[in-house]
Design a protein around this ligand. Structure first.
Ligand SMILES: *[C@@H]1O[C@H](CO)[C@@H](O)[C@H](O)[C@H]1NC(C)=O
Length: 293
Protein backbone atom coordinates (compact mmCIF):
# COMPACT_ATOMS: atom_id res chain seq x y z
CA UNK A 1 0.00 0.00 0.00
CA UNK A 2 2.78 2.34 0.98
CA UNK A 3 4.61 1.43 -2.13
CA UNK A 4 1.50 2.11 -4.09
CA UNK A 5 1.08 5.25 -2.09
CA UNK A 6 4.59 6.30 -2.83
CA UNK A 7 3.89 5.56 -6.47
CA UNK A 8 0.79 7.69 -6.25
CA UNK A 9 2.95 10.19 -4.49
CA UNK A 10 5.40 9.94 -7.33
CA UNK A 11 2.46 10.48 -9.57
CA UNK A 12 1.68 13.54 -7.60
CA UNK A 13 5.21 14.79 -8.08
CA UNK A 14 4.82 14.17 -11.79
CA UNK A 15 1.53 15.95 -11.82
CA UNK A 16 3.31 18.89 -10.28
CA UNK A 17 5.51 18.96 -13.36
CA UNK A 18 2.61 18.64 -15.78
CA UNK A 19 2.78 22.17 -17.20
CA UNK A 20 6.42 21.68 -18.16
CA UNK A 21 5.69 18.26 -19.65
CA UNK A 22 2.84 19.87 -21.51
CA UNK A 23 5.16 22.51 -22.88
CA UNK A 24 7.71 19.84 -23.78
CA UNK A 25 5.04 17.89 -25.61
CA UNK A 26 3.94 21.03 -27.39
CA UNK A 27 7.54 21.74 -28.32
CA UNK A 28 8.08 18.29 -29.77
CA UNK A 29 4.74 18.40 -31.49
CA UNK A 30 5.51 21.72 -33.15
CA UNK A 31 9.08 20.65 -33.93
CA UNK A 32 7.74 17.45 -35.43
CA UNK A 33 5.03 19.28 -37.32
CA UNK A 34 7.25 21.89 -38.94
CA UNK A 35 10.15 19.49 -39.20
CA UNK A 36 8.06 17.00 -41.11
CA UNK A 37 6.68 19.62 -43.47
CA UNK A 38 10.24 20.83 -44.09
CA UNK A 39 11.31 17.24 -44.57
CA UNK A 40 8.49 16.52 -47.01
CA UNK A 41 9.35 19.58 -49.08
CA UNK A 42 13.05 18.85 -49.23
CA UNK A 43 13.14 15.10 -49.34
CA UNK A 44 9.93 14.11 -51.11
CA UNK A 45 9.35 16.38 -54.08
CA UNK A 46 7.14 13.57 -55.38
CA UNK A 47 4.55 14.75 -52.88
CA UNK A 48 1.64 15.84 -55.07
CA UNK A 49 1.11 19.41 -53.88
CA UNK A 50 4.73 20.62 -54.03
CA UNK A 51 5.05 19.00 -57.45
CA UNK A 52 2.04 20.92 -58.71
CA UNK A 53 3.44 24.16 -57.36
CA UNK A 54 6.77 23.42 -58.98
CA UNK A 55 5.26 22.86 -62.41
CA UNK A 56 3.23 26.05 -62.07
CA UNK A 57 6.43 27.94 -61.26
CA UNK A 58 8.26 26.26 -64.13
CA UNK A 59 5.52 27.38 -66.49
CA UNK A 60 5.80 30.95 -65.24
CA UNK A 61 9.47 30.91 -66.05
CA UNK A 62 8.84 29.37 -69.46
CA UNK A 63 6.26 32.00 -70.24
CA UNK A 64 8.50 34.98 -69.72
CA UNK A 65 8.56 36.64 -73.12
CA UNK A 66 11.80 37.53 -74.83
CA UNK A 67 12.48 40.64 -76.81
CA UNK A 68 10.72 39.79 -80.05
CA UNK A 69 12.11 40.37 -83.50
CA UNK A 70 10.57 42.81 -85.92
CA UNK A 71 8.40 40.08 -87.41
CA UNK A 72 7.63 38.43 -84.08
CA UNK A 73 5.05 38.88 -81.38
CA UNK A 74 5.33 40.49 -77.96
CA UNK A 75 3.39 38.00 -75.95
CA UNK A 76 3.79 34.34 -75.22
CA UNK A 77 0.82 32.36 -76.40
CA UNK A 78 -0.18 28.97 -75.08
CA UNK A 79 -1.59 26.55 -77.64
CA UNK A 80 -1.74 23.26 -75.77
CA UNK A 81 -1.38 20.05 -77.73
CA UNK A 82 -0.97 16.33 -77.24
CA UNK A 83 1.17 14.11 -79.42
CA UNK A 84 -1.24 11.43 -80.58
CA UNK A 85 1.32 9.49 -82.55
CA UNK A 86 4.68 9.73 -84.28
CA UNK A 87 3.72 7.35 -87.11
CA UNK A 88 1.99 9.38 -88.52
CA UNK A 89 3.06 12.64 -86.91
CA UNK A 90 -0.29 13.60 -85.41
CA UNK A 91 -1.04 16.29 -82.83
CA UNK A 92 -4.25 16.99 -80.97
CA UNK A 93 -5.22 20.52 -79.95
CA UNK A 94 -7.94 20.59 -77.28
CA UNK A 95 -10.12 23.73 -77.30
CA UNK A 96 -8.50 25.16 -80.41
CA UNK A 97 -11.65 27.15 -81.28
CA UNK A 98 -14.64 28.25 -79.24
CA UNK A 99 -18.02 26.51 -79.50
CA UNK A 100 -19.53 29.80 -80.75
CA UNK A 101 -17.01 30.06 -83.57
CA UNK A 102 -17.66 26.45 -84.54
CA UNK A 103 -21.41 27.06 -84.68
CA UNK A 104 -20.90 30.19 -86.81
CA UNK A 105 -18.81 28.24 -89.32
CA UNK A 106 -21.51 25.57 -89.54
CA UNK A 107 -24.13 28.23 -90.21
CA UNK A 108 -22.10 29.97 -92.89
CA UNK A 109 -21.46 26.65 -94.66
CA UNK A 110 -24.85 24.99 -94.35
CA UNK A 111 -26.59 26.75 -97.26
CA UNK A 112 -23.71 26.06 -99.68
CA UNK A 113 -23.15 22.34 -99.19
CA UNK A 114 -22.67 20.12 -102.23
CA UNK A 115 -21.73 16.44 -102.45
CA UNK A 116 -17.99 16.14 -101.78
CA UNK A 117 -15.83 15.17 -104.73
CA UNK A 118 -12.57 13.27 -105.14
CA UNK A 119 -9.34 13.92 -106.99
CA UNK A 120 -9.51 11.15 -109.57
CA UNK A 121 -6.69 8.82 -110.56
CA UNK A 122 -6.25 7.26 -113.97
CA UNK A 123 -9.21 5.02 -114.74
CA UNK A 124 -11.34 6.51 -111.99
CA UNK A 125 -14.63 8.23 -112.73
CA UNK A 126 -17.22 9.93 -110.55
CA UNK A 127 -19.36 6.86 -111.16
CA UNK A 128 -16.87 4.13 -110.21
CA UNK A 129 -15.67 5.99 -107.11
CA UNK A 130 -19.18 6.62 -105.81
CA UNK A 131 -19.43 5.68 -102.17
CA UNK A 132 -15.81 6.37 -101.25
CA UNK A 133 -16.59 9.84 -99.97
CA UNK A 134 -20.21 10.45 -99.12
CA UNK A 135 -20.08 13.68 -97.15
CA UNK A 136 -21.30 17.10 -98.31
CA UNK A 137 -19.03 20.08 -98.26
CA UNK A 138 -18.10 23.52 -99.47
CA UNK A 139 -14.96 25.60 -99.79
CA UNK A 140 -14.61 28.98 -98.15
CA UNK A 141 -11.54 31.14 -97.82
CA UNK A 142 -10.87 33.28 -94.77
CA UNK A 143 -11.23 36.43 -96.89
CA UNK A 144 -14.76 35.39 -97.88
CA UNK A 145 -15.83 35.17 -94.25
CA UNK A 146 -16.80 38.70 -93.23
CA UNK A 147 -17.16 37.75 -89.55
CA UNK A 148 -13.37 37.33 -89.31
CA UNK A 149 -13.69 33.98 -87.53
CA UNK A 150 -11.96 31.97 -90.27
CA UNK A 151 -9.26 34.59 -90.40
CA UNK A 152 -8.63 34.09 -86.69
CA UNK A 153 -8.59 30.30 -86.99
CA UNK A 154 -6.33 30.42 -90.03
CA UNK A 155 -3.87 32.63 -88.13
CA UNK A 156 -3.87 30.20 -85.22
CA UNK A 157 -3.24 27.23 -87.52
CA UNK A 158 -0.32 29.12 -89.04
CA UNK A 159 1.09 29.65 -85.54
CA UNK A 160 0.61 26.05 -84.48
CA UNK A 161 2.29 24.72 -87.63
CA UNK A 162 4.64 27.66 -88.27
CA UNK A 163 3.68 27.33 -91.91
CA UNK A 164 2.45 30.69 -93.28
CA UNK A 165 -1.24 30.90 -94.07
CA UNK A 166 -0.39 31.60 -97.72
CA UNK A 167 0.44 27.89 -97.97
CA UNK A 168 -3.07 26.85 -97.01
CA UNK A 169 -5.92 25.95 -99.32
CA UNK A 170 -9.38 27.34 -98.60
CA UNK A 171 -11.22 25.77 -95.71
CA UNK A 172 -13.21 22.73 -96.76
CA UNK A 173 -16.21 22.56 -94.43
CA UNK A 174 -17.73 19.08 -94.39
CA UNK A 175 -20.87 17.54 -93.04
CA UNK A 176 -21.25 13.80 -92.47
CA UNK A 177 -24.75 12.58 -91.76
CA UNK A 178 -25.65 9.15 -90.44
CA UNK A 179 -23.92 6.45 -92.51
CA UNK A 180 -21.68 8.94 -94.33
CA UNK A 181 -17.93 8.32 -94.34
CA UNK A 182 -14.69 8.74 -96.19
CA UNK A 183 -12.74 5.59 -96.96
CA UNK A 184 -9.05 5.60 -96.08
CA UNK A 185 -6.98 7.77 -98.39
CA UNK A 186 -3.97 10.06 -98.53
CA UNK A 187 -4.28 13.83 -98.61
CA UNK A 188 -0.95 14.09 -100.43
CA UNK A 189 -0.90 13.25 -104.15
CA UNK A 190 1.48 10.49 -105.11
CA UNK A 191 2.93 11.59 -108.50
CA UNK A 192 3.07 7.92 -109.54
CA UNK A 193 -0.72 7.83 -109.33
CA UNK A 194 -1.79 11.42 -109.94
CA UNK A 195 0.96 12.63 -112.26
CA UNK A 196 3.45 15.42 -111.61
CA UNK A 197 2.31 17.90 -108.97
CA UNK A 198 2.89 21.64 -108.98
CA UNK A 199 2.69 21.59 -105.21
CA UNK A 200 2.17 18.96 -102.58
CA UNK A 201 0.10 18.79 -99.42
CA UNK A 202 2.40 18.69 -96.41
CA UNK A 203 -0.11 18.55 -93.60
CA UNK A 204 -3.80 18.64 -92.79
CA UNK A 205 -5.52 20.46 -89.97
CA UNK A 206 -9.00 19.27 -89.02
CA UNK A 207 -11.12 21.45 -86.79
CA UNK A 208 -14.03 19.51 -85.36
CA UNK A 209 -17.08 21.78 -85.42
CA UNK A 210 -19.46 19.40 -83.69
CA UNK A 211 -19.55 16.54 -81.23
CA UNK A 212 -20.70 13.25 -82.70
CA UNK A 213 -22.75 11.00 -80.47
CA UNK A 214 -21.45 7.81 -82.06
CA UNK A 215 -19.07 7.01 -84.91
CA UNK A 216 -17.51 9.60 -87.19
CA UNK A 217 -14.00 9.11 -85.83
CA UNK A 218 -11.00 10.14 -87.87
CA UNK A 219 -9.03 6.91 -88.23
CA UNK A 220 -5.44 6.16 -89.09
CA UNK A 221 -5.49 2.45 -89.96
CA UNK A 222 -1.72 2.23 -90.52
CA UNK A 223 -0.72 3.96 -87.30
CA UNK A 224 2.59 2.50 -86.09
CA UNK A 225 2.65 0.40 -89.29
CA UNK A 226 -0.16 -1.88 -88.18
CA UNK A 227 -2.59 -3.35 -90.78
CA UNK A 228 -0.15 -2.51 -93.57
CA UNK A 229 -0.41 -5.89 -95.25
CA UNK A 230 -2.06 -6.08 -98.67
CA UNK A 231 -5.29 -7.34 -97.11
CA UNK A 232 -6.34 -4.07 -95.54
CA UNK A 233 -9.88 -3.18 -96.55
CA UNK A 234 -10.00 0.60 -97.07
CA UNK A 235 -13.51 0.76 -95.67
CA UNK A 236 -12.52 -0.72 -92.34
CA UNK A 237 -12.45 1.47 -89.25
CA UNK A 238 -9.31 0.30 -87.47
CA UNK A 239 -6.09 1.68 -86.03
CA UNK A 240 -5.81 4.98 -84.23
CA UNK A 241 -9.24 6.59 -83.94
CA UNK A 242 -9.91 10.20 -82.96
CA UNK A 243 -13.39 10.97 -81.71
CA UNK A 244 -14.63 14.36 -82.92
CA UNK A 245 -15.09 16.94 -80.20
CA UNK A 246 -16.39 20.41 -80.95
CA UNK A 247 -13.64 23.01 -80.97
CA UNK A 248 -10.74 20.55 -80.92
CA UNK A 249 -8.15 20.37 -83.66
CA UNK A 250 -6.22 17.50 -85.21
CA UNK A 251 -3.05 18.12 -87.17
CA UNK A 252 -1.14 15.45 -89.03
CA UNK A 253 1.68 15.48 -91.52
CA UNK A 254 1.33 13.63 -94.81
CA UNK A 255 4.96 14.04 -95.79
CA UNK A 256 8.17 12.99 -94.12
CA UNK A 257 10.73 15.76 -93.59
CA UNK A 258 12.41 14.59 -96.82
CA UNK A 259 9.25 15.29 -98.79
CA UNK A 260 8.14 11.73 -99.51
CA UNK A 261 4.68 10.53 -98.51
CA UNK A 262 4.39 8.99 -95.05
CA UNK A 263 2.46 5.74 -95.62
CA UNK A 264 1.10 5.86 -92.06
CA UNK A 265 -0.69 9.16 -92.84
CA UNK A 266 -3.42 7.12 -94.54
CA UNK A 267 -6.68 8.12 -92.89
CA UNK A 268 -10.42 8.12 -93.26
CA UNK A 269 -13.64 9.04 -91.58
CA UNK A 270 -15.62 6.25 -89.93
CA UNK A 271 -19.34 6.28 -90.71
CA UNK A 272 -21.44 8.43 -88.41
CA UNK A 273 -23.68 6.13 -86.40
CA UNK A 274 -25.56 8.66 -84.30
CA UNK A 275 -25.58 12.45 -84.64
CA UNK A 276 -23.95 14.63 -87.26
CA UNK A 277 -20.29 15.36 -87.89
CA UNK A 278 -19.10 18.77 -88.99
CA UNK A 279 -15.46 19.45 -89.63
CA UNK A 280 -13.43 22.26 -91.20
CA UNK A 281 -10.34 21.01 -93.01
CA UNK A 282 -7.32 23.08 -93.93
CA UNK A 283 -4.83 21.45 -96.29
CA UNK A 284 -1.38 22.94 -96.08
CA UNK A 285 0.98 22.83 -99.05
CA UNK A 286 4.69 23.13 -99.69
CA UNK A 287 4.14 26.00 -102.15
CA UNK A 288 2.32 29.28 -101.68
CA UNK A 289 -1.20 29.11 -103.02
CA UNK A 290 -2.62 31.29 -105.78
CA UNK A 291 -5.43 33.71 -105.07
CA UNK A 292 -7.92 31.12 -106.25
CA UNK A 293 -7.45 29.16 -103.02
C1 LIG B 1 12.44 9.65 -96.54
O1 LIG B 1 12.26 9.55 -95.14
C2 LIG B 1 11.65 8.34 -94.69
C3 LIG B 1 11.42 8.45 -93.21
O2 LIG B 1 12.53 8.88 -92.52
C4 LIG B 1 12.50 7.14 -95.08
O3 LIG B 1 11.89 5.96 -94.65
C5 LIG B 1 12.67 7.14 -96.59
O4 LIG B 1 13.52 6.08 -96.98
C6 LIG B 1 13.23 8.47 -97.08
N1 LIG B 1 13.20 8.47 -98.54
C7 LIG B 1 14.14 9.04 -99.29
C8 LIG B 1 13.94 8.94 -100.76
O5 LIG B 1 15.10 9.59 -98.81
Amino acid sequence: MKIKGSKIGGGNRVSLGLPSIFLLCLFFFLAGFFGSSLFSQQETPGNIKPLMRETAEEKKIEFEALQNGETGEESVEAIPFQILSWYPRALYFPNFATAEHCQSIIEMARAHLKPSSLALREGETAENTKGIRTSSGMFISASEDKTGILDQIEAKIAKATMIPKTHGESFNVLRYEIGQRYHSHYDAFNPAEYGPQKSQRIASFLLYLSDVEEGGETMFPFENEQNMDANYDFRKCVGLKVKPHRGDGLLFYSLFPNGTIDPTSLHGSCPVIKGEKWVATKWIRDQEQDEEY
